[in-house]
Design a protein. Structure first.
Length: 304
């Protein structure tokens, strides 16, 4: 990748954040050029998006066309994660994608290898490092039975937990059933489960109402869509909530009624926040795919 004053020729992204920054930067620079308005971090309640808007606010005041030039220079992006691919598809559907994108996540040697077996390794590793809890004998709910959910479910069963699955896709739900997992809704079992893990790639899967009904000291973690799967903002702003920091990346949120839930990694990716992510071996396939994708972008944009 050639770096210069106008940014990169090619982009390797993980979660779509860099792609989002370039696209949002170009959009807000155009808005500033039109009416002189600067991005306002106070216009959103999302902590991460506040950071994006602050970065762009500072950037526009220093260089009014930085991201517009970046968008023009970048010939393509290769995207690593399920979440990032969701974002790219949304932009493509709206006609907003500014440059070509290669979906590395859905390569068979990524999604069926890294997502399944990497998470199978790193989920119990992160829970045990964070809490030292005995997984055996516990009731563990995995929300979502896609590639990530499959790895998580088998890991928790392998550690001795009784595993329950929530899943809205009928085929994935059928797969879970045929593997011997109990398929439920969260509402049916929320007061019985010891360990909750979200793995869907969707928004507010574990809600504030769910956490209000959980048993005392239930463990709540996410290995899916950053911090969006657990309603962290609602939990943190709930009137009367108290937070006990047990150790880094492990917090007990105590409700006014006295019961608490233990949230790992502030609702972000637990395998990165509480452990060291996937082993290098399983990541080697993913990164090989990234290299191949980057070579493809280079070849095609050179020919063009």
């Amino acid at each position: 990748m050639v770096l210069g004053a106008d940014g990169c020729d090619q982009l390797v992204d993980d979660g779509g954040d860099a792609t989002l920054l370039v696209h949002k930067g170009k959009e807000l620079e155009a808005k500033f050029a039109k009416d002189g308005s600067l991005p306002d971090p106070a216009s959103t309640t999302n902590a991460e998006f506040k950071c994006v808007l602050q970065v762009l606010r500072d950037s526009i005041q220093a260089d009014k066309t930085k991201y517009t030039r970046m968008a023009a220079k970048c010939k393509g992006v290769s995207e690593e994660t399920t979440t990032g691919v969701h974002r790219l598809r949304e932009m493509a559907a709206k006609g907003e994608l500014l440059f070509p994108a290669i979906n590395v996540n859905d390569c068979v040697t990524k999604s069926k290898f890294d997502n399944v077996y990497g998470c199978r390794h790193s989920l119990p590793d992160s829970i045990m490092r964070a809490t030292d809890v005995m997984i055996g004998g516990k009731r563990a709910l995995v929300a979502g039975y896609g590639d990530v959910g499959k790895g998580c479910a088998f890991a928790m069963r392998g550690a001795g937990a009784r595993v329950l699955i929530t899943e809205i896709d009928p085929i994935c739900a059928l797969q879970a059933c045929m593997e011997g997992f109990q398929v439920v809704t969260i509402e049916e079992v929320v007061g019985e489960v010891d360990i909750f893990t979200s793995a869907t790639g969707n928004f507010k899967i574990i809600t504030l109402d769910h956490m209000k009904k959980m048993k005392n000291n239930a463990i709540v973690c996410n290995i899916g869509h950053f911090d969006n799967e657990i309603a962290m903002e609602d939990l943190e702003n709930f009137p009367g909530i108290k937070v006990e920091n047990i150790k880094p990346q492990v917090d007990r949120f105590v409700f006014p009624d006295g019961h608490g839930v233990i949230v790992l990694a502030s609702g972000r990716l637990v395998n990165l926040g509480c452990a060291t992510g996937h082993p290098s071996f399983v990541m080697s396939c993913s990164f090989t795919n990234q290299v191949l994708a980057q070579l493809d972008i280079l070849e095609n944009c050179t020919k063009a």
